[in-house]
Design a binder for this molecule. Structure first.
Ligand SMILES: Nc1nc2c(ncn2[C@@H]2O[C@H](COP(=O)(O)OP(=O)(O)O)[C@@H](O)[C@H]2O)c(=O)[nH]1
Ligand SMILES: [Mg+2]
Length: 250
């Protein structure tokens, strides 16, 4: 690859719905690691219609974390809409999407940043390759996860076995090139990487870890989401095989 121009700012986008307990440790640890590693960054936490003290907690955190840029999603709510709101507000030329419940590791975000700077358009993580791990992953969810990722891998003929995890990193050019986004809910987690791959952006994979939340409750409901995941996979699959490359990276 030719030597790429260095990136200027890494936007970490975090959707948050009723996360008053998890946000302070998540944001403070992330900030400490990014500062320690010299990563120029902003932390865009999107409060998506929280009913608890999430917004007040973010205002308070701003005093201690100067790179924190909280926004409120004033429009319709949902995980995907909140992430899209964050991606629209971000100032960076690259971004990563992380969870508010500290399930993703800040050290891996740093590795994403370094690899983007080597010239990759996207950097994906996998919890299911050598060096990756999941801690305290609910069993039924794990089974459904492995099955869904297997089907995606076969259907799209790609060497990625953790498409469904949101924690991935992209150059801004990829985000702009994948619009418009159609997923209002957790299905955005597959729309982003699948579209990026189908549209011809370059990508690489590193092993990552994931741990279950300490506070609050997990909100991904597999039954509700199944048909939405299917919808978005079918849509991107049709684009891959029938759009004659009309939406590919220019
Ligand atoms: N904006 C938004 N974010 C959500 C919603 N539900 C969950 N999240 C966020 O999505 C992330 C992952 O949610 P979580 O409940 O831990 O899901 P799970 O661990 O995958 O079951 C966290 O940052 C949550 O705050 C929602 O309805 N709207
Ligand atoms: Mg979680």
């Amino acid at each position: 690859m030719p030597e790429p121009a260095p990136l200027k700012l890494f936007s970490v986008v975090i959707p948050a719905h009723n996360e008053e307990e998890s946000l302070p440790p998540t944001v403070q640890e992330l900030y400490a690691v990014l500062v320690r590693e010299g990563v120029p960054h902003e932390i865009v936490v999107v409060d998506d219609g929280s009913k608890d003290g999430t917004w007040a907690v973010l205002q308070d955190l701003k005093q201690r974390v100067p790179t924190l840029a909280p926004v409120q999603n004033q429009g319709l709510h949902g995980f995907g809409r909140a992430v899209i709101c964050g991606l629209t507000h971000m100032k960076g030329d690259a971004c990563t999407i992380m969870m508010a419940d500290a399930s993703d590791s800040p050290d891996h975000a740093v590795r994403y940043w370094r690899l983007l700077n080597e010239g990759w358009d996207c950097v994906f993580g996998s919890r299911f390759i050598k060096g990756g791990e999941v801690i305290d992953y609910p069993r039924v969810k794990l089974f459904v996860n492995r099955l869904a990722n297997f089907l995606v891998r076969i259907g799209f003929n790609i060497a990625l076995n953790d498409t469904t995890n949101a924690f991935k990193a992209y150059r801004r050019t990829v985000i702009e090139g994948c619009r418009p986004f159609l997923s209002p809910h957790f299905n955005l987690t597959v729309e982003l990487p699948l579209k990026a791959i189908v549209r011809g952006y370059t990508w690489t994979v590193i092993p990552i870890s994931w741990q279950n939340r300490k506070y609050g409750e997990a909100k991904l409901k597999i039954k509700e989401m199944g048909s939405r995941y299917f919808f978005i996979c079918a849509y991107v699959w049709l684009e891959k095989y029938f759009s004659r490359g009309d939406y590919r990276k220019k």
